[in-house]
Design a protein around this ligand. Structure first.
Ligand SMILES: [Zn+2]
Length: 177
């Protein structure tokens, strides 16, 4: 299996991923390891399994990865979430985001300000996370991926069309160069 990064319009990015039910299988840890490896290699803050062709509900993130305006001395968080679900949302903020599956695209979209997420850890134990700010945004972005929802879906149809036209044009130019 090749774990190359999948970019839009790869169909795995449009599909809802399968739930993990093989917590005793060493395969799970292998997936997690390769996901962290890829995420760091590509300098992403988070990665959803389908972004590298793994068809399960797994996400990894490390908010230390990115040059976002982290407060001095503030510790980032590193986590693995399996079968994650957003169970509560609160507030709304404008979020400017990029995505490893849409090289060169940066858009501003509405996101909830705070989220509560329930998931399993890699041992299959229940975990619950209350997140706000940057972590809340990363979680929403990556959990959307696992449900087959790319971030451009949060744009109005008109804006989405404009962003995609530019994206495909750039892709073509890059391919020609
Ligand atoms: Zn993404």
């Amino acid at each position: 299996m090749s774990y190359r990064i999948r970019t839009w319009p790869d169909k795995i990015l449009k599909q809802k991923m399968k739930e993990v039910d093989f917590f005793d299988d060493p395969k799970l840890q292998e997936y997690i390891n390769v996901m962290f490896e890829k995420m760091y290699e590509l300098e992403g803050v988070g990665l959803a399994a389908n972004q590298i062709g793994i068809p399960y509900q797994i996400l990894v993130l490390d908010t230390n990865t990115k040059k976002y305006d982290q407060q001095e001395g503030e510790e980032g968080v590193k986590m693995v979430l399996i079968n994650p679900k957003i169970v509560e949302k609160e507030g709304q903020i404008e979020s400017t985001e990029g995505c490893l599956s849409f090289p060169g695209v940066q858009i501003t979209i509405p996101r909830a300000e705070k989220v509560k997420v329930v998931a399993k850890n890699e041992k299959g134990e229940d975990i619950e996370i209350d997140a706000d700010d940057f972590l809340a945004i990363v979680l929403q972005h990556e959990i959307d991926h696992l449900n087959g929802i790319p971030f451009i879906n949060h744009l109005s149809p008109v804006k989405r069309r404009m962003v995609l036209e530019k994206y495909f044009k750039t892709l073509k130019e890059t391919a020609r160069a």
